[in-house]
Design a protein around this ligand. Structure first.
Ligand code: NAP
Length: 262
């Protein structure tokens, strides 16, 4: 009897880092469940990956800021038909501007997507993985979680949560065969900045990565059982810098490098 192919579920797979996770996982032979709101982009991705890599790709459209959308994905993660071996909690959004002037509903949506969906989807996936003694989760956080981020306050707070939460659960799972890793990218060329209404031209080009090396570093680190992956030497230096300097200095630096709001 042939062993079934590993199955990965990637949220936010319709663009950017999530789309590259889906491609890289398909390239190594994983079947996929791809999740986002834009069904036509997911259908096109599924068709491309199935044709190129000979894997099966299931499309699940869901708005993860809604209870109903999260419930659809939670049910898929709880199902063993076939079981999901790797959950990539990648979908995320940010808002930029002075916190007091931003829309209250938009800030709440950032928390529902970047925090609540990560917690609830992880909670749906883990019991089955623990029972099977294998599998794991990659949570996509950000270097923005390493220090307070003025003009990006709620987003930075959600990513600080994801970074802390993921490492705590990583420790809880020692000895179970199940892994949790947090990925903390720096500036990455995707649709993220445009969606948040940012002028990414104000960030020096040497600070940017493309999704390909970010995802390649993440999958290497995940395979090695690491708790945290910071892709790229410059980002690693930035993170080390943040952790050694006093908070009063890092938050001023973070305020100075934030992209301009368009
Ligand atoms: P992106 O290109 O804008 O992709 C975001 C993805 O999230 C899209 O597939 C989008 O699909 C999905 N999404 C947004 N709202 C959603 C919702 N309500 N329900 C379900 N899916 C939703 O941005 P990205 O840079 O690849 O972002 C991926 C992750 O990387 C995020 O968690 C982000 O915080 C993190 N990150 C990005 C950077 C960066 O500089 N780009 C740096 C550090 C960390 P639909 O619109 O089709 O729903």
């Amino acid at each position: 009897m042939s062993t079934p192919k590993p199955m990965a579920l990637v949220t936010g797979a319709s663009s950017g880092i999530g789309s590259e996770f889906a491609r890289a996982l398909a390239a190594r032979g994983d079947d996929l469940v791809v999740v986002a709101r834009d069904t036509s982009r997911l259908d096109a991705l599924a068709e491309r990956l199935e044709a190129k890599y000979g894997v099966d790709v299931e499309v699940l459209s869901a708005d993860l800021t809604s209870k109903k959308g999260r419930a659809v994905v939670e049910a898929r993660l709880e199902s063993a038909e076939p079981a999901v071996d790797l959950l990539v909690n990648n979908a995320g959004v940010g808002t930029y501007g002075k916190f007091a002037e931003l829309s209250r509903e938009a800030e709440a949506r950032v928390i529902r997507l970047n925090v609540l969906a990560v917690v609830q989807l992880s909670h749906a996936a883990l019991p089955g993985m623990i029972e099977r003694g294998r599998g794991g989760i990659i949570n996509v956080s950000s270097l923005a979680g390493h220090q307070p981020t003025p003009l990006n306050a709620t987003y930075g707070g959600t990513k600080a949560f994801v970074t802390s939460f993921s490492q705590a659960v990583h420790e809880e799972l020692r000895g179970t065969g199940v892994k949790v890793m947090v990925l903390c990218p720096g500036f990455t060329r995707t649709e993220f900045q445009e969606r948040a209404g940012l002028d990414s031209g104000s960030v020096p080009s040497f600070l940017w990565q493309t999704p390909e090396p970010v995802v390649a570093a993440a999958l290497r680190a995940y395979d090695q059982g690491r708790a945290v992956c910071i892709p790229g030497a410059l980002n690693q230096a930035g993170a080390a810098f943040s952790s050694t300097l006093p908070a009063g200095i890092t938050r001023r630096i973070a305020g100075a490098v934030v992209p301009r709001v368009e």
